[in-house]
Ligand binder design. Structure first.
Ligand code: HMG
Ligand code: MG
Length: 302
């Protein structure tokens, strides 16, 4: 088995993680988290979302957070933009990349962004064009690629269909998300393979929530297909307000521990990453949801 020699991690804790927190997190805390993450060597950071504050009040401070970051050379900052209104609001914050997000499940599309899959693609079309005109990269995310909280199991063909639609409007990279963490390795590989029929391996990433404890195994299964880019979340933060019961993304600490143990380079300093995860966990009043972080913090304390 030949694994990639390096892996790029997109840290989504500040966005996917904090969008789902009941405790309000002040912009200053989000900014401090992002600074700690970039100091730990993360070079791709999903910062926030330009979405409706009525739908996701946790992201209402998007402008303030983007303005407060001391940008580090070599780091790319991305934001979620569901429509032109979100894109236009985001532009002034100078994101390096915007993320459009669709779903392989019709019902989840309605619940998450209040439109059908087809309508979502039509909303993204002018956004992708406008981003390209401004030299802003566009990443696409596809939710519910293995299972949906409303429709149950999702067939790989649905993933292929949405990937094809995304490709058709010029989205440069596609993230395959297991939104509710029900996937197991072979099912995840099938979803990935459906996307790989439309995108080259360098244009596909994995985004695995860890609800059923499968996310690390699913990451390994994706690595076996040559996928080398993953969204992960420090301290295992995360969830989606429109996918009840889903827990956080796979913890960045756990993925880094696994990859480094396999001799795969990430450019990330695990100790500093653990400190970043502990910082936000302390603020939220709980322990990091990462086995590797817990073990290494215990070792430090001993
Ligand atoms: P809508 O209500 O259908 O939009 O929402 P609308 O165009 O009918 O407008 C209604 C109101 O919203 C208007 O304001 C608009 O101005 C405003 P009003 O006149 O009533 O005062 N509005 C906006 N405000 C701020 N920013 C915007 C925006 N657009 C309209 N961009 C919308 C459609 C998509 C905006 C809404 O459904 C929404 O914000 N949904 C939130 C989606 C979200 O953030 N979900 C979580 C992130 S996705 C995720 O977590 C999955 C992922 O991690 C992968 C995975 O794990 O699956 C990426
Ligand atoms: Mg997610």
């Amino acid at each position: 088995m030949k694994y990639p020699s390096k892996v790029k991690l997109v840290e989504v804790g500040a966005r996917d993680g904090l969008q789902n927190e009941k405790t309000p997190v002040p912009a200053a805390v989000k900014i401090e988290l992002i600074h700690r993450l970039q100091d730990a060597g993360l070079t791709e950071i999903e910062v926030t979302s330009f979405v409706s504050p009525k739908w996701v009040p946790q992201m209402a401070d998007a402008v303030e957070v983007m303005a407060g970051i001391h940008r580090k050379p070599g780091v790319r900052y991305s934001v979620l933009t569901p429509n032109m209104k979100g894109f236009e609001a985001a532009v002034a914050s100078r994101p390096d990349e915007v993320v459009v997000f669709a779903s392989a499940s019709e019902t989840f599309s309605q619940r998450n962004i209040n439109c059908s899959i087809e309508e979502s693609i039509e909303r993204f079309r002018p956004l992708v064009e406008a981003a390209k005109a401004k030299n802003i990269a566009v990443r696409g995310a596809i939710s519910c690629t293995v299972g949906c909280p409303y429709e149950g199991e999702i067939a790989p063909d649905r993933v292929g269909m949405v990937a094809q639609l995304m490709k058709g409007i010029g989205v440069q990279h596609i993230g395959i998300a297991d939104t509710i963490g029900v996937g197991t390795p072979i099912k995840v590989q099938k979803a990935m393979e459906a996307a790989l029929r439309h995108y080259a391996v360098d244009g596909v990433s994995g985004h695995f929530h860890d609800t059923y404890g499968q996310a690390l195994g699913n990451t390994l299964a994706a690595l076996e297909l040559g996928i080398w880019q993953f969204d992960t979340s420090c301290a295992g933060l995360g969830g989606c307000p429109f996918a009840k019961g889903a827990t956080g993304n796979v913890a960045t600490e756990d993925v880094v521990y696994m990859l480094h143990g396999m001799g795969i380079n990430t450019g990330i300093d695990l100790d500093k990453l653990i400190d970043a995860g502990k910082f936000i966990s302390d603020f939220l009043g709980r322990k990091p949801n990462s086995r590797a972080a817990t073990a290494l913090l215990n070792k430090r304390a001993a």
